[in-house]
Ligand binder design. Structure first.
Ligand code: NDP
Ligand SMILES: O=C(O)C1=N[C@H](C(=O)O)C[C@H](O)C1
Length: 242
């Protein structure tokens, strides 16, 4: 049985995670939200799981280092400076950061990587996602994870080849680009499609999240897996073996 502390405990994911921790036979030792002391939570935990906001990240990493425990970061909307902080932290403790903790999405990413590696740049790649009306970041962390998988398969750098938020006179599509489109509405837990559009044919690889418990269960698996690991930066691919 592991003692797991939740960052963002009153949020949609925090509440789902508390249920998943109990269902897996672990102990939810408590949680923090905005303005609360994460260092104290870390001291009583075997692992921290963070589903909060990018602004909280540096304090959360600091608390995990202070307590010498692993941390799983599910928060999305991270920028370059956040990733640099994660890389630095991963020299001291095990850190798993992912845009999506579900088995299905990580399997989808593996399929996208394979498809992109076999099909040439004449197959245009577009990533479409839809989420509930409360989501604050776009593209979703999952869309970026899928974009990274496609870019890796194709052997290109995602940042240098992304096309986001087309509007107005955009000009023709750039060959080899990876496009992103984000839809928001209702209560959608998370839908993602990767479209590979070739000459007169099209492949669509999709995942639909029916309930955010899928993310919560994946996060518990990730936290279990991280406990006792060497310092380093890990992915859900390492946990799920896909
Ligand atoms: N990786 C994955 O598989 C998944 C990732 N996510 C991501 O997880 C994050 C949370 O999503 P969701 O639960 O829907 O969002 P919510 O807005 O429902 O919950 C976020 C929680 O974090 C709290 N919070 C905000 N700022 C801080 C802070 N500085 N320190 C501590 N807590 C803070 C909020 O408190 P307050 O209300 O006071 O601001 C709130 O309780 C998002 O980034 C989302 O994209 C979501 C699902 C799956
Ligand atoms: O905010 C959400 O709800 C979700 N966020 C993650 C993302 O940004 O991809 C994962 C999931 O799609 C739900």
């Amino acid at each position: 049985m592991a003692r797991i502390g939740i960052i963002g405990s009153e949020g949609r994911m925090g509440q789902a995670l508390a249920r998943a921790i109990e269902q897996a036979g672990h102990q939810c030792v408590g949680g923090v939200d905005r303005g609360e002391d994460v260092a104290k939570l870390a001291d009583g935990s075997d692992a921290l799981v963070d589903f909060s906001a990018p602004a909280a990240l540096k304090d959360n990493l600091h608390a995990a280092i202070g307590a010498g425990i692993p941390i799983l970061i599910g928060t999305t909307g991270l920028e370059t400076t956040h990733h640099e902080a994660i890389d630095n932290t991963a020299r001291a403790i095990p850190v798993l950061q992912t845009g999506n903790t579900s088995l299905g999405v990580n399997m989808l990413a593996a399929l996208v990587r394979q498809a992109a590696s076999k099909l040439g740049p004449d197959w245009d790649i577009e990533i479409v996602e839809m989420h509930h009306r409360m989501k604050v970041d776009a593209p979703s962390g999952t869309a970026l994870l899928l974009g990274e998988a496609a870019a890796e398969g194709r052997g290109i750098d995602l940042a240098a080849n992304s096309e986001r938020g087309r509007d107005g006179h955009t000009g023709e599509r750039v060959e080899g680009a990876i496009g992103f489109a984000a839809l928001r509405g209702g209560t959608v837990a998370g839908d993602h499609s990767v479209i590979l559009a070739g000459e007169q044919e099209r492949i669509t690889l999709s995942h639909s999240a029916e309930d955010r418990m899928i993310f919560a269960r994946g996060a518990v698996k990730g936290a279990e897996w991280l406990i006792g690991k060497e310092a380093g930066r890990y992915l859900m691919f390492d946990v799920l073996g896909v």
